[in-house]
Design a protein around this ligand. Sequence first.
Ligand code: ZN
Length: 197
Amino acid sequence: MEESGAIARLHVDVMDGHFVPNLSIGLPVVESLHQHTGLPLAVHLMVSEPGRHVKEFAAAGASLIWVHLEACQHIHRDVQLLKELGVQAGIALNPGTPLASLEEILPDLDSVLLMSVNPGFGGQTFIPGALKRVRRLRELLGGLNLRCEIAVDGGVNERTAADVARAGADVLVIGSALFRHSGGPGRAAAAILGGVG
Ligand code: ZN
């Protein structure tokens, strides 16, 4: 993909066929992407026991890694490991997982990835309740005076992006809406960001 002002980083979905039904991109693809783009790579690990794999993904060139809270037995340890590896530390949260389960670990995080679909497949429809979760997380971070970013992943497109940004998201993860756009990813990004303002 061409580097463009509208696209700040590449979001790489890694699926293990266990935590989520699909299998997708693994380490060799991340290594290869790292060699072919100057964009930072943000790796979303949809895998069971992600703590066992983060070292390899950090070495492959990830600048930010999200592990799923639901996939970690020892979330504090896994987040500390990310920090030791020198990558930005992120936690991803499924739509049904309470935000309160993040509270103790929030001060250690650079990013929270709120899922606005159930993870595992591209092209799903945005779950409207996710907007409320973005607003609540924004309030929670404000109350604690934390600078952790909020990223939103799933069903973000020209119709939903503005609402997600207004709710308080810093980062919109856009997949199908970019790659299925008739004008190509660059035009799609411009249209979506134009709507966000
Ligand atoms: Zn993702």
